[in-house]
Design a protein around this ligand. Structure first.
Ligand code: SAM
Length: 279
């Protein structure tokens, strides 16, 4: 778990906070420093926190100091207050992703998904994850699903809860594999997770649905490395900035006959639904 703090003059606080909340939708901790400056802190797994250049840009020219520190699991439990449940809705279905210390929703028709933040990327709060979940809620489940770059396993677990089977999560980080297996157990679903390096291990295991919340270079690598069988019937590609979406759409169309069916936007992020046949 990493704590990322941004320290600034009180006069700049309001404008910086407004920008910071956009970057860190799970919430921001605010405190006043002994020297009168304000500190805003966010907590999360490496990779899920706002990037330093984004933070500097958010400060809009204000003079800021950025401090990163690792906090252990036994650290002051205050950070828990900053991980709130996230609800995603599509086609009348609601999926609610929550940390283990928050109660399940009282609404019986909501799909409940528990993710312990801090182990690996994927609390559900990041726009790139939410866009994937939104697109997944719009699909009719039909067969297996592979989650490429599974992180915490949030997408793999959602797939299993929505009726896809079998579900396989792949990631090059051993921590992600462990987190996915543990989170699947807690959620009572069957998900297999294995180590797989998209840059080194060649053609990727395929399934009727492939979800890939990766950044542009990895998605382009994937379009070149291809699948170890038929291209998926449907694929969700996320982790793209809006201006990168056309390039990825064209790459999968040309290499695998996967045509764009839907494009969802949140802030600066875009996610694509691609399919082999119009759906
Ligand atoms: C943006 S996170 C997505 C996590 C989760 N699927 C979600 O949607 O919240 C990207 C994941 O890809 C994994 N990853 C990065 N490079 C990889 C590679 N070369 N091979 C396999 N996985 C990789 C990271 O470890 C990380 O867990």
């Amino acid at each position: 778990m990493i704590r990322l703090a941004i320290r600034l003059e009180a006069a700049d606080a309001e404008i910086v906070l407004a920008e910071l909340v956009e970057l860190a939708p799970s919430g921001v901790e605010e405190s006043e420093l002994p020297d009168g400056r304000i500190e805003y802190a966010v907590y999360g797994a490496a990779g899920e926190l706002p990037a330093l250049p984004d933070l500097e840009a958010a400060a809009g020219g204000a003079l800021v100091e950025i401090v990163t520190s690792e906090v252990g699991d036994d650290w002051d439990q205050r950070w828990k207050a900053f991980h709130k449940p996230v609800s995603i809705e599509n086609r009348g279905q609601v999926l609610r992703v929550r940390p283990p210390w928050e109660d399940a929703s009282a609404a019986a028709d909501e799909i409940d998904l528990v993710v312990d933040p801090g182990q690996a990327f994927g609390t559900g709060a990041h726009a790139t994850t939410r866009l994937c979940l939104e697109l997944m809620l719009g699909l009719e489940p039909g067969g297996g699903c592979v989650d490429l770059g599974c992180g915490s396993g949030v997408l793999a677990i959602a797939a299993a809860k929505l009726g896809w089977a079998p579900v396989l999560g792949l990631d090059h980080e051993p921590e992600s594999v462990t987190a996915t297996i543990e989170n699947a157990r807690v959620n009572g679903v069957t998900v297999t997770a294995e180590r797989f390096d998209l840059r080194r291990d060649g053609a990727v295991p395929t399934a009727p649905l492939v979800v890939a919340n990766l950044l542009l270079p990895l998605l382009l690598d994937l379009s070149k490395a291809g699948f170890d069988g038929l291209a998926p019937q449907q694929m969700i590609a996320s982790g793209l900035l809006i201006e990168q979406a056309d390039e990825v759409s064209a790459a999968f169309s040309q290499a695998h006959g996967l045509q764009e069916q839907d494009r969802r936007i949140s802030g600066e992020w875009a996610a694509l639904l691609l399919a082999r046949h119009a759906i």
